[in-house]
Design a protein around this ligand. Structure first.
Ligand code: GDL
Length: 680
């Protein structure tokens, strides 16, 4: 394997968020030397002098610091690249702006800097009017600026190099024509051949970089790209960090790239494994080693072995952190697109337990639950880490992991209790709306799981068959699917399809449609791999809801569905429902003020008996509670004994009945304030 790396592999400090401190950069240099990384690329997005204040000369103190860093890098044989990001407001055609850019580079050159970069990522993809009048395209405008900088650099006679980050810096962006049609080809043609071009791969966060892909990019740009690798970047996701191995880049790419720079986790202490494994990978690239010598999992095991030295605990009583524990931690916080082996296995075991009756769990169930408990306990033990910066870098994510583990444990306990007929334990220590709450969380719940994930692909690979269903807010286009759920549960909880062949939507029109229309914020659907498999619908104020139903919904029903005539005993079920369109029942149990909300839930057979009902009801109850509702009621067919037992377990109490014996509707109520009282 022969490598033509012009920029030795290294690290790009190119993330959004707090830039690393000089002390952290010192640690970084130590690690880089240890792991054989040779380029440090300075491009911290939220350093004002890098981006928003790029025109302002570096203050004296910053220049001093930078000079010291350049010297420190040089001492350890590391090249420092100094980058500026002027793209947010540069006027490409302005001589003054180009002069200011060069003046900033000049400042650094005076203090020992040699290599530079101009970054045009994450900026508008079109030219402002003044530039549009002067340049044919964004590519022409950017090439013009970069070529002037290149000319200045060449004139310094110091062998310095220039890099440029294009505005479309991955295939997805290029395919969306960011920067205009033919942007990359134009750039490749117009940019001075000595200027290197940064590239993140098929995606911003690329799972793989294949030789075919890179060969194509090289042809387009008329030079092999320098990879800006965001594999371990976590600035886009506050819940995660990545400590899996460098992976998805076969060594065959060596001759197709001019360099490889890793933009890693914001938290420096979390970059030990990423940089350790990157070092291994670069060795495999350089050493003309056979491709089979590069094995990411082995590289991870080696890195974890070394990382363990940083996991000393303060308390001498506590059991030392083992390599297996650390590997599980790495597998839980692995890579953006996948979980590590041991975490994937645990996830699939838990999935199985949640999808199968507790009586079948057996010994395997015990082992899994013990593993969950051990991991929960391990996250607690880590609070005792001697290396406080390492602990602080992880602590919030460890907390989240621990909380979710405890929810899983409680859910499994409750499934077991439910199967034995024992009352459920409240599974939530949190006042609804606190943990997992907030505006961002609410926004997230508005969307189906796959939305907005171009930047953050779902870690859904390697899961056991099926997958857990998702409860999400209903959308208008869910109506047909929800009507079907209503029908398939429309015979006192059983499938009503055979009874409504003359009008399959009859029930949905009263029990689903108005909720989706009038209370969309309280209409949730349960969705699994096959589509919508259930819903829970609610309204905070039943009387106001019925008033609106009467005004805006029923007129349409009565206009379209005539009141059935003749002997009621001969009506079809659908006709009986049509009769209800004409004679609505707006009964609300008393005391209304205490139970003004109402809700109902229906789950298709494939989603029944899997323990989803409890969490779903608790979610809707929490939503109602957050809206300040004092209590909620619901009506259940007196023949649906299973439902009555289910609501009793959730704490609902009978408020009254209506209807003739044998066809009774039993009204149940739950006080929400009382529901929140913690057991003592
Ligand atoms: C980006 C940004 C980078 C950021 C990364 C991950 C490039 C060229 N630019 O788009 O600054 O850290 O995504 O969020 O990658």
């Amino acid at each position: 394997m022969s490598s033509t790396l012009r920029w030795s592999g290294g690290v790009i400090e190119g993330f959004y968020g707090r830039p690393w401190s000089e002390r952290e950069r010192g640690t970084l240099l130590e690690w880089m030397v240890r792991f054989g990384l040779k380029t440090y690329f300075h491009a911290p997005k939220d350093d004002p002098h890098h981006r928003t204040m790029w025109r302002v000369p570096l203050p004296a103190a910053e220049v001093e610091t930078l000079e010291a860093r350049i010297a420190a890098c040089r001492e350890c044989g590391i090249d420092l690249v100094f980058a500026i990001h002027p793209g947010l407001d540069i006027c490409y055609g302005s001589e003054r702006d180009v002069a200011l850019l060069i003046a900033r580079f000049e400042q650094v050159l005076q203090r020992g800097g040699r290599d530079f970069a101009v970054l045009f990522d994450d900026i508008p993809g079109t030219l402002a009017p003044a530039d549009a009048a002067r340049f044919d395209s964004l590519a022409a405008a950017q090439a013009n600026v970069a070529n002037q900088v290149q000319a200045w650099l060449a004139a310094q006679g110091q062998d310095g190099r220039l890099l440029l980050c294009p505005t479309a810096y991955c295939t997805r962006m290029a395919n969306a024509h960011l920067g205009g049609e033919g942007y990359l080809a134009d750039l490749g043609r117009q940019l001075h051949p000595e200027v290197d071009v940064l590239w993140t791969g098929p995606e911003i966060i690329s799972r793989e970089l294949s030789p075919e892909h890179l060969a194509g990019v090289g042809r387009l740009l008329q030079r092999p790209p320098v990879i800006w690798d965001n594999l371990f970047a976590n600035d886009y996701d506050a819940d995660r960090f990545f400590v899996g191995p460098y992976a998805g880049r076969p060594v065959e790419i060596a001759s197709l790239v001019r360099g490889l720079l890793l933009n890693p986790n914001n938290e420096l202490p979390l970059n030990f494994v990423p940089l350790h494994t990157l070092g291994r990978y670069l060795t495999a690239l350089d050493a003309e080693a056979p491709a089979s010598d590069w094995r990411p999992r082995q590289a991870l095991l080696d890195a974890v072995g070394d990382w363990r030295l940083s996991f000393d605990l303060l308390s001498s009583e506590a059991a030392a952190v083992t390599e297996d524990e650390l590997l599980l931690l790495a597998d839980c916080f692995y890579l953006p697109h996948e979980h590590g082996d041991t975490a994937a296995l645990l996830l699939s075991e838990v999935t199985t337990l949640l999808h199968t009756p507790p009586c079948t769990w057996g010994e395997a169930g015990k082992v899994t639950r013990q593993r969950l408990a051990d991991l929960e306990q391990f996250t607690t033990r880590l609070a005792d880490l001697r290396e406080r910066p390492l602990f602080h870098a992880m602590s919030r994510r460890l907390w989240a992991l621990r909380e979710e583990l405890s929810f899983v444990r409680q859910q499994l306990d409750n499934l077991e209790r439910a199967s034995r007929g024992t009352p459920l334990r409240p599974d939530d220590d949190h006042l609804p709306g606190t943990f997992r709450g907030g505006f961002v969380a609410d926004l997230r719940r508005l969307l189906p799981l796959q939305s907005g994930q171009t930047h953050q692909p779902a870690a859904r690979t390697r899961r056991a068959g099926g997958g857990l269903p998702l409860l999400r807010l209903a959308r208008p286009d869910d109506q047909a699917a929800c009507y079907r759920v209503c029908l398939e549960t429309g015979d006192h909880g059983a499938d009503g399809t055979p009874f409504y062949t003359d009008d399959p939507d009859a029930l949905g029109r009263i029990f689903v449609g108005p909720y989706l229309a009038f209370a969309p914020e309280l209409s949730f659907v349960l969705e699994d791999d096959q589509g919508v498999c259930g819903y829970v619908l609610a309204t905070t104020d039943s009387r106001r809801f019925f008033e609106r139903y009467e005004r805006e919904w029923r007129p349409d029903l009565v206009a379209h569905f005539p009141k059935p005539v003749g002997d009621a005993a001969s009506w079809t079920r659908a006709q009986q429902v049509h009769w209800e369109y004409h004679h609505p029942d707006y009964h609300c149990p008393e005391p209304y003020e205490q139970y003004p909300a109402h809700a109902h839930i229906d789950l298709m057979p494939r989603a029944q008996c899997l323990g989803y009902g409890g969490p779903i009801m608790r979610q809707i109850v929490a939503e109602l509670h957050r809206r300040g509702v004092p209590g909620v009621h619901l009506g259940v067919s007196g023949r649906n004994q299973r439902a009555l037992r289910f609501y009793a377990r959730l704490g609902f109490e009978e408020l009254g009945k209506t209807g003739a014996p044998g066809a009774e509707v039993i009204y149940l109520g739950l006080k929400l304030a009382a529901e929140q009282e913690r057991p003592t």
